[in-house]
Design a protein around this ligand. Structure first.
Ligand code: 5GP
Length: 180
């Protein structure tokens, strides 16, 4: 797996430091809120959410949704489907959506609108990676780990055809991988 990586763009050490920083900020901002929901978007959120939540020093409820926006390729299809919905009511709750990366902004725009429509008290987004150059609609996550250029990345939750999610860092694949 690691032999397929051309370049590491966010190291394990950087990721750890970003999780500590974001966790502390969220702890401060939500200290007076009542049991916020940390809502992970599967499957990409898994490593980031499990690391980040260790540094949120508050009682949070942990929930997941599976929202699919890419269909195995390397560019956004713009087609969004809710494959697994959240398991609890969001009515009058403070929601922190936990995402691996924001690209076009379409996925989060849709999910945020849906949660607001269902009566959430507040909806904010924490993302490890942000690709602002990829935006097709305006969307600004409240908490951003690190901004990256408009490149396709894998690792630390992010896949190419469902693989590479278990790499401990974020990197760019060698071109030869796409030719297989
Ligand atoms: P958006 O709706 O903002 O375009 O896309 C968000 C989703 O697209 C992410 O949760 C992720 O699944 C996928 N995505 C966007 N950029 C990348 C990327 O560079 N690499 C991978 N593996 N997935 C991406």
């Amino acid at each position: 797996m690691k032999k397929d990586i051309k370049e590491v763009i966010v190291t394990e050490k950087q990721i750890k430091d970003l999780c500590v920083k974001l966790g502390k900020q969220i702890t401060l901002d939500y200290k007076d809120k009542e049991n916020p929901i940390l809502l992970g978007l599967l499957k990409g959120c898994i490593p980031f959410m499990s690391d980040l939540m260790k540094y949120i020093d508050l009682p949070v409820e942990v929930e997941f949704m599976d929202v699919k926006s890419y269909h195995g390729g390397i560019s956004s299809s713009g087609d969004i489907k809710i494959r697994m919905d959240i398991n609890t009511s969001v009515y009058n709750r403070d929601i922190i959506i936990c995402e691996d990366i924001v690209d076009t902004g379409k996925t989060l725009d849709t999910v945020v609108r849906l949660l607001r429509h269902r009566g959430a008290k507040s909806v904010e987004v924490v993302t490890l990676l942000d690709k602002p150059e990829g935006r097709l609609i305006p969307f600004t996550p409240k908490y951003i780990g690190i901004t990256i250029p408009k490149v396709f990345v894998v690792g630390y939750g992010l896949d190419y055809n469902e693989f590479y999610r278990n790499l401990p860092y974020v990197g760019i694949l060698k071109e030869s991988v796409y030719d297989k």
